[in-house]
Write a protein that binds this ligand. Sequence first.
Ligand SMILES: Cc1cc2nc3c(=O)[nH]c(=O)nc-3n(C[C@H](O)[C@H](O)[C@H](O)COP(=O)(O)OP(=O)(O)OC[C@H]3O[C@@H](n4cnc5c(N)ncnc54)[C@H](O)[C@@H]3O)c2cc1C
Length: 502
Amino acid sequence: MAHNEAVDVVLVGAGIMSATLAVLLKELDPAIKLEVVELMDSGAAESSNPWNNAGTGHAGLCELNYTPQAADGTVDIKKAVHINTQFEVSKQFWSYLTKKGTFGSCKSFISPVPHLSFVQGDSGVSFLKSRFDVLSKHHAFADMEYTEDKAKMAEWMPLMMPGRSPDEVLAATRVMNGTDVNFGALTNQLLKHLTSAPDTQVKYCKRVTGLKRNGSGWTVSIKDVNNGNTREVDAKFVFLGAGGAALPLLQASGIEESKGFGGFPISGQWLRCDNPEVVKQHQAKVYSQAAVGSPPMSVPHLDTRVVDGKKSLLFGPYAGFTTKFLKHGSFMDLPLSVRAGNIGPMLAVAKNNMDLTKYLVSEVMQSMEQRLDSLRRFYPEAKAEDWRLEVAGQRVQIIKKDPKKGGILQFGTELVSAKDGSLAALLGASPGASVTVSIMLELIEKCFPAKAKGEWAGKLAEIFPAREKVLETDAALYRKINTQNNIALELVEESSETPSYA
Ligand SMILES: Cc1cc2nc3c(=O)[nH]c(=O)nc-3n(C[C@H](O)[C@H](O)[C@H](O)COP(=O)(O)OP(=O)(O)OC[C@H]3O[C@@H](n4cnc5c(N)ncnc54)[C@H](O)[C@@H]3O)c2cc1C
């Protein structure tokens, strides 16, 4: 075997996470030498592909599961506020890159689409009203509108109102400055930008098959998926941005911090409509409430999607179960991830989540007619011939140890890193792509603490004039940054500050 090549950083996977981290590191240190290794023949081939996720620029504007209601009726808005400000951090990075001029147009990946929440029945209406009352007092949600007036709802959601009984009890909120994001286009734009810089390589059709400690760094084994040739690369830092497949690679690293983690894969399906007559009647992302007993990622929504300049509608997701960790993965992924250290938490999760199992079985067993019935709760006059079923990306939810329950299922994301900062992995799925930049900044602070506070501090402050914490509390600064981002990303017209729809 040839003598190992050496780089500063190896990033496994060419999804939105690795692409973002690679570009960020190169901005902070133009001399850094890095290699992205991807097993498919292009970037964004798994969850970051625009048709594998919903493309919602998650900002807490419409997702009802981000604002849980306690038994006494109070609505907790902490999570919605945090995700909103994390999304503003992502927008600062995209604005910075767009202003550079060499990055390309932001119109290819971000489009203004209003975000609405829609509820049915007395308890839904009472929840939405309480949510609106608290949320609209926060500066990040000050523009939210609320209505129980069906004529207004018909203006906001013209596709969704005809065909309903006049007795239906309904309410909705709307925020005009929501977004649809084509995370696939963004990923590929980031990768293209990356490879225009020296000392950076993106290698496709190459699978990372192993990792071993090498002094203070790592030796990464890489196999060419076409001809089976292998090579090894030495790296000071490794990022496991392999999406659902990050867990087995983390386990292969053997780091202490990997112990006890397991994965629970949930697949998804959508109904998609490309009929322009239908599509033109809906210009919104409308989120509702999940059925009782179902997991948070099953919240139904009817979305305008803008992909490669064309509009479509997407409805779902319908969940399913598979043992694959990637859409293009292997059915052996789940069984091969079982270890002595995670079997306890995995069995505890299986025992304590019977509701989820029942829910997944019922979702898998659904007929097309039953799927259309769910769609008709949103769009009563939906015709079967306008909609087709598509397979979405895989979400591998995190299973981890819990001192009380033995093991818990976690629906967010978690950054797991080695104590010495030489390796990090991103586990989990949601809200994922929208908050990538915040997650990667957390990684930089954890794994490169001295540089983040020292030689990189000036550049970080230039790219990110305001981070999440200050945006959560400083209303004037939030408004300034939000306006600057919206103008830079062409989400509003500079003079009017009103959304400029795609
Ligand atoms: C159904 C669904 C809906 C979603 N909706 C939204 C949404 O509306 N908004 C939002 O913000 N987020 C959403 N998400 C989450 C979002 O899609 C993910 O958080 C994000 O795309 C993850 O990016 P990633 O780079 O970590 O992984 P991926 O995009 O999956 O990329 C991982 C890459 O690693 C490669 N890889 C794997 N193993 C190896 C290996 N051994 N060697 C080399 N390469 C390897 C894979 O081929 C893949 O290209 C959704 C996800 C799903 C599944």
